[in-house]
Design a binder for this molecule. Structure first.
Ligand SMILES: [Zn+2]
Length: 131
């Protein structure tokens, strides 16, 4: 919202109170329109009240936002901890899954040696060599 002259309501540069025409009138000693000034002051008071109200709402939103940011940080921390635990559990499960495989491999090795031994014994028996 642009700044306006407190005397005539014309748009003026930010930070100024009166336009150059009203400033000229003041310098020339022309009487100020007090009714217009009072209306403008009332407008400004109303606007300041509205701004205070809106600022209060912004402060409440900011508090909620800060609280949310803190909660997000806590959730991120807990997520990291959970992720580490899942990694640990995953490696343990992988180790457990490999155990039956190793056991089975051992059994297959033993059976293979048994079959080879039996075949060799059969070959020796066929050749007439006593084992
Ligand atoms: Zn003016």
């Amino acid at each position: 919202m642009p700044d306006t002259c407190v005397m005539c309501g014309a748009v003026i540069p930010e930070g100024a109170w009166v336009c150059w025409a009203c400033e000229h009138d003041i310098m020339e000693g022309k009487p100020m329109d007090e009714t217009n000034i009072e209306l403008k002051l009332n407008d400004h008071e109303h606007e300041i009240g509205s701004l205070k109200h809106r600022m209060k709402a912004v402060e409440e939103n900011q508090k909620a936002l800060n609280s949310l940011a803190t909660s997000v940080a806590v959730v991120a921390e807990k997520t990291d901890a959970i992720s580490n635990k899942v990694d640990s559990i995953d490696s343990k499960v992988s180790a457990i899954e490999q155990k039956p495989g190793k056991r089975w491999d051992g059994i297959v090795d033993k059976l293979l040696w048994l079959v080879i031994g039996a075949a060799i014994a059969a070959l020796f028996a066929q050749a007439g060599v006593a084992v």
